[in-house]
Design a protein around this ligand. Sequence first.
Ligand SMILES: [Fe+2]
Length: 527
Amino acid sequence: MFNIMLLEDQPAFRDIVTEVLGMIETPIYIGAAGSLMEARQLIEERPWHGMISDLSLPDGQSLDLIAELREQGVLIPTILVSGMLSPEKENKARALGIDKILAKPFRPDEMLAYVHEIIADTHPSTGSKRVSTASNPKLTGDLLSGLFSMDRNLDFMRRLVRDIPSSGGVIDICADALTLAVDMLHADGGFMAFFDRSRNQLSLVTSQRKSNEPLAQECDLNCTPFSPLLKGHEHFLHIRGEAAKGTARGSVKELWPGLGFGPAIAIPLCLQQQSVGVLCLVSDQWQNKSITDQDRLTMQDILIPQLDTLLDNRAVHAALEESMKETLFALAHLLEARDKYTRDHSTRVSSLAVDFAEHMDLDATAIDSIRTGGLLHDIGKVAIADAILMKPGRLTTRELSMIKTHPNIGDTILRNMDSLVVEREIVRSHHEHWDGSGYPDGLKDEEIPLYARIVGVADAIDAMTSHRCYRGALSVAACREQLEEYSGTQFDPDIATVAIAAIDDGRIHTQAGSIAGMESISNSDHA
Ligand SMILES: [Fe+2]
């Protein structure tokens, strides 16, 4: 029995491969895995003589698994199947010793030939007779090409979600989208340019081409063939290039200065249904061949609307949010800088909370949120008068209740920031207490968001170990005692334990020294 592992998540493709393998005389056992995780389990089951693997699986890339197996000394002759294989991925595959690479759409006979080769290499004695898939109706005709195009779209959608960053500048998003379009349509290269209507100029945003020679940054629209796209007369241009140049001399224009006359295809880039630029892909394949509906559909109905959404929602929004975030950080910093006692308080709280989160083994995303939430936790104090914030003596009940509005105010400030949803919880709930005695919502134990509990402990520690206008800093030892005393009432006991360990490890410092005197943290701290 010849054992082949089939690493492919789409049932329709598994069926095709099963059909192909079914035509081979040698008895073959097929073990199918739909994800890298399933493949890892399957590896243990039996010896595998060959593997047919898709490149992209829901939980990652098969090349990573193959590299992992190689490191463990497991070498399985592999046929790599891929819809879009970038030169980098191809190099990586070849470096892993994979020389059997099939680009979708492949002919079933190509796969069959590779499987025969593997059988001949690993089971030379079996002498499996070569067969052809031509007689198999399931492996010929429209059904197969339909499956390939469906597969291509699925792969494309997956890459749109996974490869194009959720934030980052407009240029990064355009560059990723261009790479995707080039891969998707098997083009040789291409470029994207935005249109400056007032000057009738196109400005290059990103380009990809074999030659490293830089392209001109700007070009007059009238010198290019893209005017019909930007004026809304056309939604798709098929530029046949030099061949067409001969037939319509004078009317054919260079795609971009120095880039030649095509062949190429181009579509308008749209933002909120407005043409704002052009995406042009160049490839010799479009010299004579007519554009398939599939290519047109891919460009117009999938890539461009998606790019519109990405640019509109992510880049523009992210850029705005990013600048708002910077403004908030600056505001938080400014707020603290007014008072020498609280200067850098948020930075210290943030670092301390991150330290605890790291020791609690939280993941990188959580740690990022805690870092930002720590920096912004007191942002609501912008609305509280300096006279109250910096009052040296004890606060009146009214003043205290005013101070206690700061988590609510901070929550309101961050209300419209889509990228700070988790941080907003930290801002709102960092004064909640484990026993429910905190504010503003009187939440208790695990009702309090975990990150807010962590920042809450860090905040209390920094308040205790720093000088304040109304009291001196506590020593680290006194702070440790307070943590122990208020563990399970003010503080989440688990986080208090982490904080105590941080003190014992010497990771927490104090400003205590010359100024003596302290009051209980619960009633004297100005929050
Ligand atoms: Fe606070």
